[in-house]
Write a protein of this length. Structure first.
Length: 353
């Protein structure tokens, strides 16, 4: 039997597909009533992520409703710190709260957990297997991890929503210690994504959510270099699996990030003009993004007009339609359905190539 093509994987490999494949960051989440029903049975978020039956179910929910071209694994970027022995909790109204890592002795404790970290996360690989077996053949499955810089910010600061003063002081004032922490996270991330791919992920994405807080010299050291190391090591093991890099808020640093990390596709946040990306990002790279998530809540002509702007700007090259960040809980389900229908019906104007 002929294997069905996965539109998203073709696009990530630089092929101009008949229509733009699409998926949405945080497409499995609190805006869906069926997600909220499952989540209500699992008050501990870390345990929820590590429950393969529940995690697989919520991963599949948006595919059933909207027919995206890819599912993204339901997990969290802070599962790696958890696997490295750090206390991680998600508190209502506060978000993630972690035990902090601030010195060489605490980094040594993380290193001691490193050999077993990938195995600690074995429920995630079972989730991948369950989702891949349940997905239509034509639908891709994306695995993911947080990039080392972003994960390190949570580990040093102890929470999200911070001003980054503590982590920046450590990176600048104790660069040897901070470099050790980044190296531990690179090793853990490679093992984690390797196991996701082996379990059935068709592509993987690295989320560098807090990349935008770094000036150029630090961006190169703490964002580009670790990402390049992960890409190089993963590609040696899985040469045909596309890798997406998402350096949120990186601005004009994106061109350097795109050219020096070795990624196949670059995720773009809503602050990047589609026309700028079409012009400045190397043509061999697939673009991914970058609709403002606020427009998903507004809907109507504002949503459709902005989506069409992206489609028009990127039509001459390979791209994946997505949001500039995740779907928020206030997004009406009907807006997601309406945009999904628009994208499923869109066809590339080949004569403009």
């Amino acid at each position: 039997m002929t294997k069905q093509p996965r539109l998203l994987i073709d696009a990530l490999r630089g092929i101009r597909t008949p229509r733009a494949p699409f998926w949405f960051m945080r497409q499995a989440g609190r805006y869906l009533p069926e997600y909220r029903a499952v989540r209500a049975t699992a008050p501990d978020f870390v345990r929820f992520c590590l429950n393969p039956v529940q995690a697989a179910e919520v991963t599949l929910q948006p595919i059933r409703r909207f027919g995206m071209d890819a599912a993204i694994l339901f997990a969290d970027i802070l599962l790696i710190p958890h696997a490295l022995g750090l206390e991680v909790a998600f508190k209502e109204g506060e978000g993630p709260v972690l035990a902090t890592v601030t010195n060489a002795a605490e980094i040594s404790l993380l290193e001691a957990h490193l050999p077993a970290a990938a195995e600690t996360l074995s429920p995630v690989y079972e989730t991948v297997e369950r989702v891949r077996s349940a997905l239509p053949e034509s639908c891709a499955l994306i695995g993911f991890a947080g990039s080392p810089w972003t994960v390190a910010t949570y580990m040093v600061e102890g929470r999200g929503g911070h001003d980054f003063a503590r982590v920046r002081r450590m990176a600048l004032g104790a660069p040897q210690d901070f470099s050790r922490l980044i190296e531990v996270l690179v090793d853990a991330t490679v093992s984690y994504l390797d196991r996701q791919i082996t379990a059935g992920a068709d592509a993987v994405q690295l989320f560098d959510t807090w990349a935008g807080v770094l000036p150029v010299s630090e961006f190169e050291r703490w964002c580009i270099a670790p990402t390049a190391a992960i890409v190089t090591r993963l590609r040696a093991r899985h040469p045909n699996v596309p890798i997406i890099g998402f350096a949120r808020g990186a601005g004009t640093n994106l061109t350097t990030y795109a050219s020096r990390t070795g990624i196949d596709a670059i995720g773009l946040d809503a602050g990047v003009a589609p026309s700028w990306a079409a012009r400045e990002v190397p043509a061999k790279l697939c673009l991914q993004g970058n609709l403002d998530p606020v427009l998903m809540a507004i809907g109507g002509s504002a949503l459709e007009g902005a989506a069409q702007t992206i489609l028009d700007a990127w039509s001459p090259r390979s791209f994946v339609f997505n949001l500039g960040h995740g779907i928020t809980p206030d997004v009406p389900v009907e807006n997601v359905a309406r945009l999904s229908r628009l994208l499923l019906d869109w066809r590339r104007a080949w004569s403009t190539a």
